[in-house]
Write a protein that binds this ligand. Sequence first.
Ligand code: GLY
Length: 410
Amino acid sequence: MQTSYTIAMKYKNLRLPFLALFLTFISSAVLAQNTFKPKKDVLATIKKNFADADIQYKYMAKQFTDGRFPKTYHPDKDQFETSNSGWWCSGFYAGSLLKLYEATKDTALLTQANHNLKGLEKEQFNKTTHDLGFMMYCSFGNANRIEPKPAYKEIIINSAKSLSTRFNPNVGCILSWNSKPDDFLVIIDNMMNLELLFNATKLTGDSSFYKIAVAHANTTIKNHYRPDFSSYHVINYDPKTGAVKEKKTAQGFANESAWARGQSWGLYGFTVTYRETKDKKYLNQAKGIAHFLLSNPNLPADKIPYWDYNANNIPNALRDASAAAIMASALLELCRYVDKKDGQEYFNVGQTIIRNLSSPKYKADLNTNGGFILKHSVGHFPAGTEIDVPLTYADYYFIEAMQRYQEFAQ
Ligand code: GLY
């Protein structure tokens, strides 16, 4: 009879590669099992949130006229504000309706989404903005996932083509904001537009979109991030040489501060980039950002960030529910890709954020708040606009975070 010793000796030359294979198998099995146990009360809260959101979004539909897009609501003036289709947030309303339709199966939401999408179609050819990922992927990306159609596919591909025209190979980035010819401004938010490009490569087999996304992510790691994994908001490059001319803020408290939503955009963007490339560099970047945020002494116990992690009046600074919702959604994906200990921490924080955004402090009463689900986001503090108001993207990423949480129960 062969003992394990004799078997081991017989195959000793094979031992190392075999061991490596075995460990790879075990670690991928561990990662694949990286699911966490959702709490019954949070699942019940989410179910109620979706039922309430169904009522809210039908109420919201009555607040504006056809061809316009919800932007925000000003509680002090009881005033609903809309935008045209070119505003960077124009895709979130349809995106939220589509996700709520998935959650509730209420076809009235789907009908309203499809109606609204019609007014957005023309933006597929818009080459004057980098926000096409937000505008066209949060809308038509979800539409194509839920009800795949050749027309949606074409819109996504055309949008990716339009976005790609803003890529500058000297810089290795997609241009964010148009400005003077000698400036090339890139903001951290731009990481959120890469998912559109990854999707376009999947739809077409054309790797050029993927390559642009990867180049943009690499340049962003190099120049946007500080050693502690906090991010600048704006980098100004020389468009001819790619040299960094300035590192600064536009929407944050100070050039050297950590603007809360920008940190959440980066966390989300690098989580997506890891999902789409499986390159550990992006996973490490996302983990570094998560560590910066979750160990930050200025992150409150309820995990709803102040609008800037370095605002000068903490603890009296305003909170930003949108930064919390984006962070929760990102963490509830990232927790699947890391070891169990980090994953549990990310899952727990995502859960805490869902709990707290569901409280009356943040969640609006029915038929109030212009129909938005959440209150208390901060759009552009230094410009004095959209301060302590509901915002379309806070709702969108809150809905997504809740969907991602529910997936752990399946
Ligand atoms: N520019 C996008 C944002 O305000 O987060």
